[in-house]
Design a protein around this ligand. Structure first.
Ligand code: HEC
Length: 93
């Protein structure tokens, strides 16, 4: 049973990667490079599970604090963050 569950999980993950791999990878890259220049990702980690509207608002706030990120990149980061489960790596590591 455990093994079957694992196969299903592996399969759905590869499906998600196939469909959304590019923007997701970019969102993650931006997050790991930019968001840690002012504070650790712990502050981001504790807010995982929030919805897209929260992240849109928060990312815009970070830009107002001086973060240098294009509109398109802000979109990718918000999208990526809104899709993460609480405790997800690499944000929470
Ligand atoms: C230019 C510096 C800077 C950058 C870059 C930055 N932040 Fe922040 N961030 C801050 C400061 C300062 C605070 C604390 C004050 C506040 O919450 O207004 C903060 C607070 C936060 C909070 C807590 C907000 C809350 O409601 O408690 C979150 C979540 C957050 N940042 C996420 C991010 C994410 C995600 C990124 C990258 C997209 C990012 N930050 C990039 C400066 C920055």
């Amino acid at each position: 049973m455990y093994r079957l569950g694992f196969l299903i999980l592996a399969f759905s993950l590869s499906w998600v990667y196939a469909c959304a791999g590019q923007p997701e990878a970019k969102g993650k890259e931006l997050l790991m490079a930019q968001c840690v220049s002012c504070h650790s990702n712990q502050i981001t980690c504790i807010n995982l599970g929030e919805d897209r509207a929260y992240w849109d608002k928060t990312v815009v706030r970070m830009v107002k604090k001086g973060m240098d990120m294009s509109d398109e990149e802000q979109d990718l980061v918000s999208e990526y963050l809104a899709g993460l489960e609480p405790g997800a790596s690499p944000v929470c590591e």
